[in-house]
Ligand binder design. Structure first.
Ligand SMILES: [Fe+2]
Length: 191
């Protein structure tokens, strides 16, 4: 992850016209769409890595942060939330998939090709994966990301949240999950 210094005036026009307050979801969506449509804003930051997803912070101030994310089909954020932030994603090149967690059945998958965008509130839990080689997406969050929730689902379906820093790479949690049956057995109150 690379963070660019906030130098005041930006070479990206959309970043020079921010409202200096927390942005609404429509404003976030408009912001990411305008940056996605301007390759000069992000193409110099594009790089790909199957093992560690490549992303660069284009802008960060007290109200919003903006990122360019690069995707290969191997890249996977795992399940996560954005704590108190709303967000928006615009796909600039290629295609990504947004997965929405559904209790009791398979996740709902939505393909998002280049030229399309979506937004979400702080209540949203999702997972994003690359689908096309060489995909690029622009993300913005308001208020800016600080903490996020990373989720693990055990083989018995128990969901658990871990608070992580925005500077940590989101990825599927693959640490051994505690044995839920054993934990539940231990928690039973004796007669
Ligand atoms: Fe996300």
């Amino acid at each position: 992850m690379t963070a660019l210094p906030d130098t005041g005036t930006s070479a990206v026009p959309a970043l020079n016209d921010l409202p200096q307050r927390v942005l609404t979801r429509p404003e976030l969506r408009e912001l990411v769409s305008s940056i996605a449509d301007d390759p000069s804003a992000w193409q110099q930051h594009v790089a790909y890595d199957d093992e560690h997803r490549h992303y660069v912070c284009l802008h960060r101030d007290a109200n919003v942060d903006v990122w360019v994310l690069c995707w290969t089909p191997s890249n996977d954020t795992g399940w996560h939330d954005h704590d108190v932030s709303s967000g928006a994603v615009a796909v600039a090149h290629g295609e990504v998939v947004e997965h929405n967690l559904v209790i009791g059945s398979a996740a709902l998958e939505v393909s998002v090709p280049a030229g399309h965008s979506f937004s979400f509130g702080p209540d949203h839990i999702h997972r994003m994966t690359g689908v096309a080689e060489g995909s690029v997406s622009i993300h913005a969050y308001s208020p800016p990301l600080w903490r996020m929730g990373q989720y693990a689902i055990s083989n018995t379906g128990v969901l658990r949240r871990t608070s992580v820093s925005y500077a940590d790479e989101l990825r599927p949690v693959d640490e051994p999950f505690p044995d839920d049956q054993e934990r539940l057995r231990d928690a039973q109150i004796p007669n």
